[in-house]
Design a protein around this ligand. Structure first.
Ligand SMILES: Cc1ncc(COP(=O)(O)O)c(C=O)c1O
Length: 419
């Protein structure tokens, strides 16, 4: 058998592959694992029952059901849903978006693969463009999206601001941001997976200005952002204009199984996403759009995000922090200021073992977290900081989160004591 270069890439140990495999095998195994590794959203009872009601309503209407499961949508996505989204964003934020600015993808992860490879990689005149990540740590899932041997990402280290009470916060180091010729696009997740950082309106405005001035698209990953799912605990204004590629997902509403992503961008980009959907998938799935269509139209989704989802994760975050403070009060742990998303990013400064070793010791004790060094795609230099951090999610059930934090504390303590 002769595999392609593409196949070789698929056989290499990408962080996202081991993450999803760990997640899948833990879910399918008899042994109970404490799952603080993956990005699965919580099963929030109110959200589960709301979507169940929507599904029952669709299922009891013969024509709606037949349309949902029995028709291919167009490659850009369901035309009625796209129209509703365009009106929604126009009304809410005054953006000049029309249906020509929106495409649906099979999950935002699939959307990122298409967007990155549309805006970076080898150009027709033989140049090679990269995606600039202006602030790492950044989402593990971007790392292996390229189809070329050459790295698709180039990344910058952040400025670290030390805050009171054992917190710290990353900022974009604008001194290092130079949008040179070979930058095809700039990308940030906001809120950021893995840190829970929300880059400020000022930082985002500055990035938007730099990219606009140089004619380079700015990709903003809003998988946890506003207006949905609204897992954001600080003030953050969403922005869009013609050079911004804004990516949303239905997953963190509690719908990761329906695989629906939404991209808002200029017409040229949307046309290419739509064509890629046609080539690789014929059409995006219809179930996600059918489930949220009505709540987007009526504004109910915004209410649910504000009144149910946001307070739920805020409470879970606060409970996890109380546990960390209690269990780790003798350890040099610092927590990234948790301003959004469903994770805590813990920094054990001076950790005498690598976080990979810590990860393995924790896995042996049936606790899954993610070692920090996976979250620096495109960063060339070996930076000790990347070996001292872990990401843990607080969306698992409360008991697991408490148990996991206790075991993390024990293993980190052991590492320091052994040194
Ligand atoms: C920051 C970020 N972007 C994108 C995704 C992809 O999500 P999905 O493909 O489920 O829409 C995730 C998933 O966890 C994420 O955390």
């Amino acid at each position: 058998m002769h595999f392609s270069k593409f196949a070789n890439q698929l056989s290499e140990g990408a962080g996202i592959i081991s993450l999803m495999e760990d997640l899948g095998s833990a879910l399918g195994s008899d042994q109970k694992m404490v799952m603080l590794g993956g990005g699965n959203p919580s099963h929030i009872p109110e959200m589960d029952s709301y979507f169940r009601e929507q599904m029952l309503a669709i299922a009891s209407d013969a024509s709606q059901f037949a349309a949902m499961v029995g028709d291919y949508d167009g490659p850009q996505g369901n035309a009625g849903f796209i129209q509703i989204l365009a009106e929604f964003f126009r009304d809410l934020y005054g953006w000049t978006v029309g249906p020509e600015n929106i495409a649906i993808t099979n999950g935002s992860q699939a959307g990122f693969g298409l967007v990155f490879n549309t805006l970076a990689g080898e150009t027709p005149d033989g140049d090679y463009n990269q995606i600039l990540l202006p602030l790492t740590p950044e989402y593990i899932g971007y790392g292996d999206a390229g189809f070329d041997d050459r790295p698709l990402f180039t990344a910058r280290k952040p400025i670290i601001e030390r805050l009171d009470d054992g917190y710290f916060k990353y900022h974009v180091d604008f001194k290092q941001i130079d949008i040179e010729d070979h930058v095809g696009a700039v990308c940030v997740s906001r809120p950021t997976n893995p840190t829970g950082n929300v880059i400020s309106d000022e930082e985002l405005g500055h990035l938007a200005e730099l990219t606009r001035d140089t004619g380079v698209p700015l990709i903003i990953d809003s998988a946890y952002g506003v207006p949905f799912p609204n897992i954001i605990f600080s003030d953050a204004t969403p922005i869009w204009d013609d050079h911004i590629v804004l990516c949303f997902s239905l997953s963190k509403l509690g719908l990761p199984g329906v695989r629906t992503g939404i991209i808002i961008a200029n017409e040229e980009i949307i046309q290419r996403i739509s064509n890629a959907n046609a080539i690789y998938a014929l059409a995006p799935g219809s179930v996600g759009p059918a489930l949220v269509r009505q709540s987007i139209q009526t504004g109910k989704l915004i209410d649910l995000c504000r009144d149910i989802i946001n307070p739920y994760y805020r409470r879970r975050r606060d409970e996890a922090i109380v546990q960390i403070k209690e269990q780790m009060n003798d350890l040099p742990v610092q927590i990234h200021q948790p301003e959004g998303a469903i994770f805590l990013w813990l920094w054990f400064q001076g950790l005498p073992i690598s976080v990979q070793t810590l990860y393995e010791r924790l896995k042996a004790r049936k606790v899954l977290v993610i070692a920090g060094h996976h979250f620096f795609p495109g960063l060339d230099e070996d930076w000790q900081h990347t070996h001292e951090c872990i990401r843990m999610t607080y969306s698992s059930d409360t008991e697991s989160v408490h148990e996991g934090i206790k075991i993390i504390a024990e293993e980190v303590r052991r590492a320091f004591e052994e040194a």
